[in-house]
Write a new protein. Structure first.
Length: 129
């Protein structure tokens, strides 16, 4: 007998959003604060200025379609922010300034907002201002 179709696992919406200030919990940059630059589904984030990796590149000649002389791409050391797992960062509440867990609350108009588990202030930027 075939099983009934169910929702795939791991589709939970993350509690972290682009622009949130976070604290890094593990790794070489543990204890440092940064801002979420990019969310990479399903469970990775890129934090601006943290978890930097260096890539060493050689200079190489590239010739475009409409160019007669090749352009030389500059070589050197490139610093790139690498993705982190969502479980390794913690949201910092803008009201109390402490790292906190995120709670979800429903407002009287039915909208769902993220709130600080410590002080109860809302974390959504549009609700704060």
């Amino acid at each position: 007998m075939p099983r009934a179709a169910t929702e795939p696992r791991g589709t939970k919406v993350p509690d972290i959003r682009k622009g949130d200030e976070v604290l890094l919990l593990t790794g070489k940059d543990a204890g440092k604060r940064g801002t979420i630059d990019r969310l990479m589904r399903p469970d990775k984030v890129v934090v601006d200025g943290l978890n930097i990796a260096k890539r060493h590149t050689k200079p190489r000649a590239r010739q475009g379609r409409n160019e007669r002389t090749p352009r030389v791409q500059q070589g050197g050391i490139i610093e790139i922010a690498q993705p982190l797992h969502i479980s390794n960062v913690m949201v910092i509440c803008p009201a109390c300034g402490d790292p906190t867990r995120v709670k979800h609350m429903r407002l009287s108009n039915g909208a769902s907002v993220r709130s600080c588990a410590r002080c109860g202030e809302t974390l959504n930027r549009e609700e704060r201002s």
